[in-house]
Each structure stands twice: as C-alpha cells, then as structure tokens.
Design a protein around this ligand. Structure first.
Ligand code: FES
Ligand code: FES
Length: 159
C-alpha cells in the first residue's frame, strides 16, 4: 500500500508495483483519466501533471518518486461541484475555444496553469516557451497560445 497526495487529498494505492509509472496509477488504479497517455516515451507532454507545481511527465515518473509530493491533475483544477462548479481560468478558456481532437489538451492545460502561477500576464514568447515541449498532433498551437492569453484575462477579471 502506498499513499499519494493528489488534488489536495490523500489517496491509498493498493497493489502497488515498484516500477509502475504514475500515469497508470492515476488512470487505471485511481480512475483519474483526465491525465492522458500519448507517446509513452516522455516526448508529447499529454501525460503532464503538476508535481510540487512543476509540469511533469507522468509516463516517465516512477510512482514511488511522487510519494510525499503534491500532485495536481486535471481533476484538481476546478473548485466546487455540480451547479456550483467554478472552472479554473485555463479550463474556462479552453472550453470557450476548444482544440480539435483534444487528446493533448490536458497536458497543455497543466502547463498553462503552472505558467500563470509564475507569470500572471505572459506575452506570446513566454507562452511559447512554456508550452513548446508539449505536442499537438492537430496543429492547434495558435489556438493554444490564444487560450493561454485568454486564461490570463479571465484570471485577472478582464473578461
Ligand atoms: S505520454 Fe508522457 S510524454 Fe507522451
Ligand atoms: S487537438 Fe488533437 S492532438 Fe492537440
């Protein structure tokens, strides 16, 4: 049995295997399927989660390495539930202006959340720099940049 701190609560991980990567514990064991699996080799970024605030490839992170750290997944961004749910500004921006297949979207959102924590008003080069290690096979890079800019507006109350 292993304990992980995910989305500000403690989760028990039963039947833990020592070499199991975090993406599979999140998706298969805990049902947190907002984290996507793409390339599996650390290139595409679709599996990114935040670990201690840093975007991290969960397909390359042994689960044991995440013990004692603060893990945030896509499911941990919105506040409240049901009719009272309040999306994170980055989620709200991507909902306003969706991508194509959206397989990459979770990873891009996690990157953008981390960026805006560090820099609430990033310019285009700063956005590109923060997002350029994540791939979008549908070529949605202009939309992604636009959405991060829009998320900063929403977060700053400039709607
Ligand atoms: S699935 Fe992890 S980087 Fe592509
Ligand atoms: S929207 Fe399809 S991979 Fe990015």
């Amino acid at each position: 049995m292993l304990k992980l701190e995910i989305n500000q609560r403690s989760w028990d991980v039963p039947d833990f295997q020592a070499d199991e990567m975090l993406v599979w514990v999140l998706r298969d064991t805990l049902g947190l399927t907002g984290t996507r699996f793409g390339c599996g080799v650390g290139v595409c970024g679709s599996c990114n989660v935040l670990i201690n605030g840093v975007p991290t490839r969960s397909c390359q992170t042994p689960t044991a390495d995440a013990v004692g750290k603060k893990i945030i997944t896509l499911e941990g961004l919105a506040k409240g539930t049901g009719e009272n749910i309040k999306l994170h500004p980055v989620q709200a921006a991507f909902l306003e202006n969706p991508l194509q297949c959206c397989w990459c979207m979770s990873g891009h959102i996690m990157n953008a959340v981390a960026l805006l924590e560090q820099n609430p008003n990033p310019n285009a080069p700063q956005i590109d720099s923060a997002m350029n290690e994540n791939y979008c096979r549908c070529g949605g890079y202009n939309t992604i940049r636009k959405n991060v800019t829009r998320a900063a507006e929403i977060a700053g109350g400039r709607s």
